[in-house]
Design a protein around this ligand. Structure first.
Ligand code: DAH
Length: 339
């Protein structure tokens, strides 16, 4: 029996050394030392031995049992350690791996032009004023000296939300709001969205203007001409000039349309300016005394000039965008070009 016991010990050593996981080890533990184990089998056979041999045999079984328990314990420690090492390795962060790329966005061409325009005017002492996109007829038409039967008031040109509530068709509304609330001297610009019922390659139902208003004693048409020239040179480059052509706006007298030298051909004539050498930029004029009178500003004492320029048009010229509608379609491929 002693030899058999020795064999069991040898077999246990081999098995335990080969156990690769805690699960396998636990199975071996119950096979060799558990209740139904081989060793317990030996203990039960003890009764069949002569009395005098029993204590010594019992002791031997116990020695083998504790030897196996020791081997099990040391193998358990080994397996736990190697499982821990494996876990550490698989959870480890590899700082040499390349990072995940994040796409960097770009400012919309209109946003860029908007900020540039604000910077240019702020550098010349203008404040930036704001007004609501949803307006009433008073601010969009009446206070701007626009007759009740003016075609611009028509449903086909203006988006009405309700009787007397509309989406502003021009940033000139902000002139009215500023003059209602401030006494001269006034020197503001007001960039913002406008809305008109039109839609083609050069007109979008939502578009953007920047309005300028300067009111003080002794402001003249020469100041307006001068300011326009300084502005277009700062915004584009030194070779760009502006010119004015007589026009009509209800809220200015005299009124003019503003052109600038074509930014593509510098006046030679090209496809962009349709051979004329000039590009249309917006409207301007001296504030009509009627407007001052309606808003409680002394038209005997003060004069003023105003102009309104298309900001989308400026962005399209600067960034060579052929169709205004592409600016508002949110196509990521369009936006990516302006990184
Ligand atoms: N509000 C005009 C338009 O949308 C543009 C304009 C013309 C603005 C003359 C002005 C101005 O301030 O004086 O067509």
């Amino acid at each position: 029996m002693k030899e058999e016991l020795q064999k069991v010990l040898e077999a246990a050593k081999v098995d335990i050394a080969q156990a690769g996981s805690m699960h396998e080890l636990m199975q071996l533990k119950s096979r060799y030392t558990g209740k139904k184990s081989v060793l317990n089998g030996f203990m039960q056979k003890i009764g069949s031995l002569p009395k005098e041999e029993r204590p010594a045999f019992g002791q031997t079984v116990n020695v083998v049992k504790s030897e196996i328990a020791e081997i099990l314990a040391s193998r358990e420690a080994e397996i736990k350690d190697s499982e821990y090492q494996k876990a550490v390795q698989s959870d480890a962060i590899d700082f040499t791996m390349p990072g995940r790329k994040r796409e960097v966005g770009a400012l919309h061409p209109l946003t860029r032009v908007w900020r540039e325009i604000e910077d240019v005017f702020i550098s010349m002492g203008f404040d930036v004023a704001e007004g609501p996109d949803v307006e009433d007829e008073f601010h969009n038409f009446d206070a701007l000296n626009t007759p009740k039967d003016h075609p611009a008031r028509d449903l086909s040109d203006t988006f009405y939300l309700d009787k007397d509530v509309l989406l502003r068709t021009q940033t000139s509304t902000v002139q009215v709001r500023v003059m209602e609330n401030h006494k001269p001297p006034i020197k503001i610009i007001s960039p913002g969205s406008c809305y008109r019922n039109e839609n083609d390659a050069s007109h979008s139902p939502m578009f953007h203007q920047v309005e300028a208003l300067v009111v003080d004693e002794g402001v003249t048409f020469v100041d307006l001409r001068d300011m326009l020239n300084v502005f277009v040179k700062k915004l584009f480059d030194d070779k760009i000039e502006s010119r004015i052509r007589p026009h009509f706006f209800p809220f200015t007298e005299p009124s003019a349309e503003i052109d600038i030298i074509c930014v593509k051909c510098y006046g030679e004539g090209c496809n962009l300016c349709k051979g004329s050498g000039w590009l249309e930029m917006g409207g301007a004029g001296m504030v009509d005394p009627n407007v001052f009178d309606m808003l409680g500003i002394d038209s005997e004492k003060y004069t003023g000039y105003a102009f309104g320029l298309g900001m989308d048009r400026i962005a399209m010229l600067k960034y060579k965008i052929p169709d205004i509608r592409t600016m508002f379609e949110n196509d990521i491929r369009f936006l990516k070009q302006f990184k």
